[in-house]
Design a protein. Structure first.
Length: 341
């Protein structure tokens, strides 16, 4: 499913950020640093505008996709409070309120004053009072103060900027989590290694895995591989101008983990971790299950199941019936599949 930025957020960015030569140059430099794994560098107001045009939509896409999996798994769960750590301009806040408009309390932790200023300017255009009245705390992730727990805690694209401090930060985040904790990182081998380490740490703290894993066992992904997903988001005219891009969309790859204080129902089937491979008469899936990573083949002969399987995609759960009845082959079983996708 393709997504788009909320109309109010897109309009706010376009009204605030013009495709000036300075912004275009800042986007070019930021893009080079990001692709080199160096993160973003926000030393001026122009840099923050470049971030809003270049990285905010893609980050929104990844966070939205992770939160949407939560909503699909827990349709009756509706958080009322949100803590976003390393909030940037409040990207996770916009994604969360889009999915759960009943959130009434939003607190954001962000050390960069320019980002806080940008976030407040964008928030002023939101139709949600919780976004307009959100509280901002200038602090880094290590300095999260003790206090009440939140229904939903999010930290996205921050862990890669830390080193030995990460374990303590995860513990602090978990200490402020009353419901669910969502961690998102780039969908690269390095990003996945961070998420896998955070997953192990959270399990040791007593957390229950909600997504993407359909189990709380040891991660079955081999050391030379990585688990990641992709979300497509529409590009605005501003994005196409500052990025010199012709396509009307872009794909953001990400890795994530969602942990819960309470035990949640586990899916019967498993999570599809590669693009489905469609062949004449059958579809091949690579699926993460409690038994490990399995190759699942669904034949056209099983009409009802095949009809459901045609709608399944990378990142979604395999149709439930397939978890009870299908041809299995343990191991990677990905002959003919794109190893990267």
């Amino acid at each position: 499913m393709d997504i788009d930025l909320p109309l109010e957020l897109r309009s706010a960015i376009e009204n605030l950020v013009g495709p000036s030569k300075r912004v275009i140059e800042a986007v070019r430099e930021m893009s080079g640093r990001y692709r080199a794994g160096e993160g973003t560098c926000l030393e001026s107001e122009t840099d923050t505008y470049a971030y809003a045009a270049y990285r905010m939509p893609a980050t929104y896409a990844a966070i939205y996709a992770a939160l949407e999996q939560v909503r699909s798994l827990l349709p009756r769960w509706s958080p009322r409070s949100l803590l976003d750590v390393g909030a940037g301009p409040g990207t996770a806040m916009w994604a969360a309120l889009t999915l759960w408009p009943d959130i009434t309390k939003v607190d954001l932790v962000e050390p960069n004053q320019r980002m806080v200023k940008l976030g407040k300017q964008l928030a002023a255009r939101s139709p949600y009072e919780a976004i307009r009245r959100a509280r901002w705390l200038r602090a880094d992730a290590e300095s999260i103060p003790q206090g009440p727990k939140y229904d939903l805690v999010v930290m996205a694209y921050v862990m890669g900027e830390m080193d030995e401090r990460r374990p303590k930060v995860v513990e602090r985040l978990w200490g402020r989590t009353g419901g669910l904790l969502v961690l998102v990182e780039p969908g690269t081998p390095a990003g996945f290694r961070l998420i896998r380490a955070d997953r192990e740490r959270l399990l040791a703290l007593g957390a229950k895995v909600v997504a993407p894993c359909p189990h709380g066992e040891t991660c079955p992904v081999e050391e030379n591989d990585w688990c990641h997903f992709s979300q497509r988001i529409a590009r605005s005219s501003l994005q196409r101008k500052v990025k010199s891009g012709e396509l009307p969309y872009e794909d953001e790859k990400f890795s994530y983990i969602v942990a819960s204080r309470e035990e949640v129902p586990k899916p019967v089937s498993g999570r599809i971790i590669r693009h489905p491979h469609i062949k004449p008469g059958h579809i091949i899936f690579q699926v993460c299950t409690p038994r490990g990573i399995e190759r699942v083949v669904i034949s056209r002969k099983d009409k009802d199941l095949f009809r459901q399987a045609r709608d399944a995609r990378w990142g979604s759960l395999l149709p439930e019936k397939a978890g009870l009845r299908h041809d299995r082959q343990e191991g990677r079983g990905d002959e003919g599949l794109d190893p990267e996708e």
